[in-house]
Design a protein around this ligand. Structure first.
Ligand code: ATP
Length: 240
């Protein structure tokens, strides 16, 4: 069966002052797939997520949701079904785990949905259920990362944009985080876009790969095509 294209960045360019962060980038995200977004530091990965979510403005190009052009604004993108989980485990440290989860439902019109969706989200994160009244700042790094992903599920998204979920975590915890992402994708059919430096981790779960180099798409294809070429070596060595 043909999968529906959910989210598209089309011929997008982004400039920060004089810096061209993205140059004519096109990316499609289909329903239920896991997409890897890789590339060296400064190649435009985070900017791509921000452009899709409406945080970084396009100097040219467009964002499409289910084939229709939209004017992306973060609040409205959440209402459409997109969640952005920024890098750096951004939890509200002085709020409890439960209060952090509640904030994930800020765009839901029906507040009883927030409670239900927290219950649904906690099914993936039993360790967080035991810490609901604990201040988020007291959680371990791995638990904080899990909390940001759990919070991203409260708005019941169709697309989850994850910026470097492995950042600063031990290899054992990184493995757990990626297993969780795969589980969420399989059971909830949520499409996931993962910006990642941990190439092995991201390729272990993704079906489609984009590699950015200096703000442009240097490669697009599946994992097998990526591995059969010297794409990563070329892109990463060119950067040095
Ligand atoms: P990293 O892997 O280091 O997170 P990245 O691939 O995510 O990098 P971006 O953060 O998207 O890359 O940055 C792309 C380019 O835009 C870089 O040259 C960066 O310095 C620049 N840039 C990013 N954010 C801003 C900003 N707010 N103001 C000015 N320049 C910025």
């Amino acid at each position: 069966m043909q999968k529906e294209i959910l989210l598209t960045l089309k011929n997008a360019s982004v400039q920060y002052g004089g810096i061209q962060a993205l140059n004519n980038v096109t990316i499609n995200i289909d329903e239920g797939e896991i997409v890897a977004l890789m590339g060296p530091n400064g190649s435009g990965k985070t900017t791509t997520l921000k452009a899709l979510f409406g945080i970084s403005s396009l100097s040219s190009g467009e964002v499409l949701w289910q084939g229709q052009k939209v004017d992306p604004k973060p609040y409205e993108m959440v209402s459409r079904g997109i969640t952005y989980v920024p890098q750096g485990r951004q939890v509200f440290k002085n709020l409890t785990v439960y209060e952090n989860l509640e904030l994930g439902g800020y765009a839901l019109p029906n507040k009883s949905d927030v409670k239900n969706n927290i219950e649904e989200s906690l099914k993936f994160f039993p360790a967080l259920r035991e810490k609901l009244s604990v201040k988020a700042g007291l959680l371990s790094g791995g638990q904080q990362q899990m909390l940001t992903i759990a919070r991203g599920l409260i708005s019941d998204p169709k697309v989850l944009l994850l910026d470097e979920p492995s950042l600063g975590l031990s290899p054992k915890i990184v493995k757990e985080v990626f297993e969780k992402i795969k589980e969420i994708n399989e059971l909830r059919k949520i499409a996931v876009v993962i910006v990642e430096h941990s190439i092995k981790s991201v390729l272990s779960v993704s079906s489609k790969v984009f590699v950015l180099s200096q703000g442009s798409i240097a490669f697009f294809g599946n994992k097998e095509e990526l591995e059969s070429g010297n794409v990563l070596e070329n892109v990463f060595l060119a950067k040095k």
